[in-house]
Write a protein that binds this ligand. Structure first.
Ligand SMILES: Cc1cc2nc3c(=O)[nH]c(=O)nc-3n(C[C@H](O)[C@H](O)[C@H](O)COP(=O)(O)O)c2cc1C
Length: 435
């Protein structure tokens, strides 16, 4: 090999290995474990029971989460040899956003369960690694603050369709104002799924004012809260039971609400905000008619998240949306649901090669990313793994998780002989004979 070819072989995979091994020679270890199983165990140790139940937990018996992983196990990568590929191009463009690798950070709400100012830490990590971050509608920091933490780096905004249409417009308007490059409407959470881990602890973060920062920072939402407080003054107030738990919840609401703790303690607003949120955060009657109004309400590209059936994907394409995220919400909504990866295959077959498809639910490593692309995804969303990085080592942990996934993806391309994102297709995979 010539020297030029040897240096060209360096990419994010070799770079990351170089950093880790050089640090190792100086006696330093990575901030987070580099394999998912170890990362998950470390994150559990670093988390409270309540946080772990919410972030790691799933719907019902956990069968959807299990399906998500088994779907990946059913595929095997078949590498090619002596391909001579030394230069790899991991870049691509989805929905007008330039990607340095086919990875975005999924919207994940109530992150402060894992670390304070979670969304700011994630936003900074995303910007530092050049990875677009999809701000959650259930974020713990207002989208304006996250955008400021990212400078000019790419961000999208994820919307839950509120039952208050003016709130929908207000959130869309703010998303445009912060330079969001797309709006992602999540369809699968018109109600919360049946989540035994949370139910057994009686724990719902939003009831404590966790994960409602996009609402408490919203002018329309604040108006609704004020109206609610005024209306309550005219009614005979129902006195809640005063228990230790009730006091703790009140303290949490007070702490999590913007503004000074003492002012909040004297104010009815934090409690009214949490209650209002629970009443209006989503519209159980969400329909295609609502979605059809989006084009006239925002200039942002539109992405629909949570689609699993080919007919729904066709309908989304017919509506003219810019992309679909094939997702089962990480198995948190419906137990016993089809794995996202299995749905991806059916959907890609139904709608053809052209429409942009993203995938999440079950991505744990760079090889998962490779398999998802080979089976028809244009890019993937990383979810729980980066939250685990956050739990273990804050912003640095998120950065390392992202860098590790991209490094392994790059090495997978190198070891299979894929030159570019467009090059990765079904030729590189086959049903796993060992499964
Ligand atoms: C703790 C947690 C909170 C989440 N919050 C949101 C959210 O606010 N909005 C949303 O669209 N999806 C949300 N999701 C779903 C993720 O966007 C993504 O679909 C999921 O994490 C993918 O599954 P995986 O993490 O197991 O790979 C959440 C997921 C988790 C784990």
């Amino acid at each position: 090999m010539t020297e030029t070819a040897a240096s060209a072989a360096v990419g994010p995979g070799r770079d990351r290995q170089g950093v880790v091994y050089r640090d190792g020679a100086l006696g330093r270890r990575p901030a987070v474990p580099t394999a998912f199983g170890d990362l998950e165990r470390a994150a559990q140790r670093a988390s409270s029971k309540r946080a772990w139940a919410y972030v790691a937990g799933g719907a019902g018996e956990g069968r959807t989460m299990c399906n998500n992983r088994r779907a990946f196990d059913r595929w095997a990568i078949v590498p090619r040899m002596a391909h001579g590929v030394t230069e790899r191009d991991l870049s691509s463009t989805v929905v007008n956003t330039s990607l340095s690798s086919p990875l975005l950070l999924a919207p994940v709400g109530a992150g402060a369960l894992m670390a304070p100012d979670s969304d700011l830490a994630i936003a900074s990590a995303a910007a530092a690694t050049g990875t677009p971050y999809i701000f959650s509608n259930q974020g713990c920091n207002p989208m304006e603050d996250c955008a400021a933490a990212m400078g000019s780096a790419s961000r999208w905004f994820q919307l839950y369709w509120s039952s208050d249409e003016e709130l929908v417009d207000s959130l869309l308007h703010r998303a445009e104002a912060i330079g969001s490059e797309a709006v992602v409407v999540t369809l699968d959470t018109t109600m919360l799924g049946w989540r035994p881990q949370d139910l057994n602890l009686g724990s719902l973060p939003f009831a404590r004012g966790e994960g409602i920062a996009q609402y408490t920072s919203d002018p329309r939402f604040r108006d609704i809260v004020r109206q609610r407080i005024d209306a309550a003054r005219e009614m005979v107030a129902e006195r809640p039971d005063i228990t230790l738990g009730a006091i703790r919840t009140l303290m949490a609401m007070t702490r999590n609400h913007p503004g000074s703790f003492l002012d909040n303690l004297r104010s009815p607003v934090p409690r009214a905000a949490a209650e209002t949120f629970l009443d209006i955060y989503s519209n159980p009657g969400l329909s295609w008619e609502h979605l059809a109004t989006l084009r006239d309400r925002t200039r942002l590209p539109i992405v629909l998240k949570g689609i699993l059936h080919p007919d729904d994907a066709r309908r989304a394409v017919d509506l003219g949306v810019d992309a679909v995220v094939v997702s089962n919400h990480g198995g948190r909504q419906l137990d016993g649901s089809i794995a996202s990866l299995d749905a991806l295959l059916e959907i890609r077959a139904a709608i053809g090669r052209e429409p942009t498809l993203l995938l999440d639910s079950g991505i744990r490593s760079g090889t998962d990313l490779f398999v998802a692309l080979a089976l028809g995804a244009d890019a993937v969303l990383l979810g729980r793994p980066y939250m685990y990085g956050l739990a273990v080592a804050g912003q640095r942990g998120v950065e390392e998780v992202i860098r590790n996934v991209i490094a392994e993806f790059d090495l997978t391309m190198a070891l299979t002989g894929a030159r570019s994102i467009a090059d990765i297709d079904e030729r590189f995979v086959r049903p796993n004979p060992s499964f």
